[in-house]
Design a protein around this ligand. Structure first.
Ligand code: BTN
Length: 325
């Protein structure tokens, strides 16, 4: 199907918001005959859409395939800034790399880079992020806050809250956050967030927030070494989820929290973050690049830095670490 017609057809269904659309309405909307409409519907069926056809009422989409593209993300997106510009690729080395180049070219704040597969996904602490085709959300968001560099870790915590809220909104799951940015379910990692900066002196030019979300992987889809430590929304619910719908919800939650953050500062975000945190008031082991610290996680400060009280009652400030319980 020509991509223009397909986009128009999906746009018509998206506007109908689950209601039936008559063949006549569709043919008027996309500007073709009713026979052509019928052919396009058959094409959609072949692509994995489930359509209900009722005499005198017309058609409606009852299930969409889990396919991501700029169109799928854009149709039904309720944000004003986040995701208004979408750079989608089937396969990339890392969406972070593309986002960085786009940010240097001066793209608008809110631009997102999404790929169906990454061949060299980047994780925190120079690790590789496993990003197989057609299963997860591999997305980098570009924002340009007017912030000093030391406050940018707050945006990682804000993103974690946005993703937890999106998952809670769309699924029955109750994910938790492990400082600073792992989202966990039943002790296994579901989401990773990687925040990278482009800054000069103390002035932030852009912040690239990369999110890796395991959506539809089955347990066997993970390499053996990850099977005991990683999970996906499919594994936890037994249902295949539409990634595009998750992206839309994450962007909407992120936009709301980001605007709250820009107007009221980190305090309200900190409260929300703490309500989802699993590591607080527990004895933890923080493995940093310069050594291991053991103690009780007593909270995060107003910059989002983790505070650990050691056995000899010293408060250590942790900027980056892997946490174990
Ligand atoms: C972590 O180690 O927990 C962070 C993982 C971040 C992975 C995402 S996937 C989209 C974006 N592109 C990358 O190469 N990495 C981030």
């Amino acid at each position: 199907m020509q991509t223009g017609i397909r986009a128009k057809l999906l746009e018509a269904f998206s506007k109908a918001d689950g209601e039936f659309l008559s063949g006549q309405k569709i043919s008027d909307y996309i500007g073709c005959s009713r026979t052509a409409v019928w052919k396009h519907m058959e094409e959609l069926r072949k692509e994995g859409y489930e359509l209900e056809a009722v005499r005198r009422l017309g058609y409606r989409i009852t299930k969409k395939p889990d396919k991501i593209s700029s169109n799928e993300i854009q149709l039904g997106l309720k944000t004003t800034m986040m995701g208004r510009h979408i750079h989608f690729e089937e396969i990339v080395s890392s969406t972070q790399k593309i986002a960085r180049n786009l940010a240097n070219e001066g793209v608008e704040e809110g631009t997102i880079v999404v790929a169906d597969q990454q061949t060299n996904g980047k994780g925190r602490m120079a690790r590789v992020w496993y990003s197989p085709k057609g299963t997860g959300i591999w997305m980098s968001m570009i924002i340009r806050p007017n912030l000093p560099v030391n406050q940018t870790p707050q945006l990682t915590l804000l993103t974690a809250v946005a993703i937890v809220q999106a998952i809670e909104e769309l699924t029955p799951l109750k994910p938790e956050i492990k400082w600073p940015n792992d989202i966990m379910l039943n002790g296994k990692k579901l989401v990773g967030i990687l925040t990278e900066l482009q800054a000069e002196a103390d002035q932030v030019h852009s912040v690239i927030i990369g999110t890796g979300i395991n959506v539809n992987q089955k347990i066997d889809d993970f390499p053996e070494e990850l099977q005991s430590i990683a999970t996906s929304i499919f594994i936890e619910t037994g249902t295949v989820w539409e990634r595009a719908q998750f992206i839309q919800m994450i962007l909407l939650k992120f936009e709301g929290l980001y605007s709250l953050f820009l107007t009221q500062g980190f305090k309200p975000i900190k409260l929300l973050w703490e309500s989802y945190a699993i590591s607080l008031n527990k004895k933890i082991i923080a493995r940093t690049l310069s050594g291991t610290i053991v103690g009780k996680a007593i909270g995060i400060d107003d910059d989002g830095v983790l505070l650990i009280e050691t056995n000899n009652r010293v408060i250590e400030r942790i900027y980056s670490a892997d946490i174990d319980f």
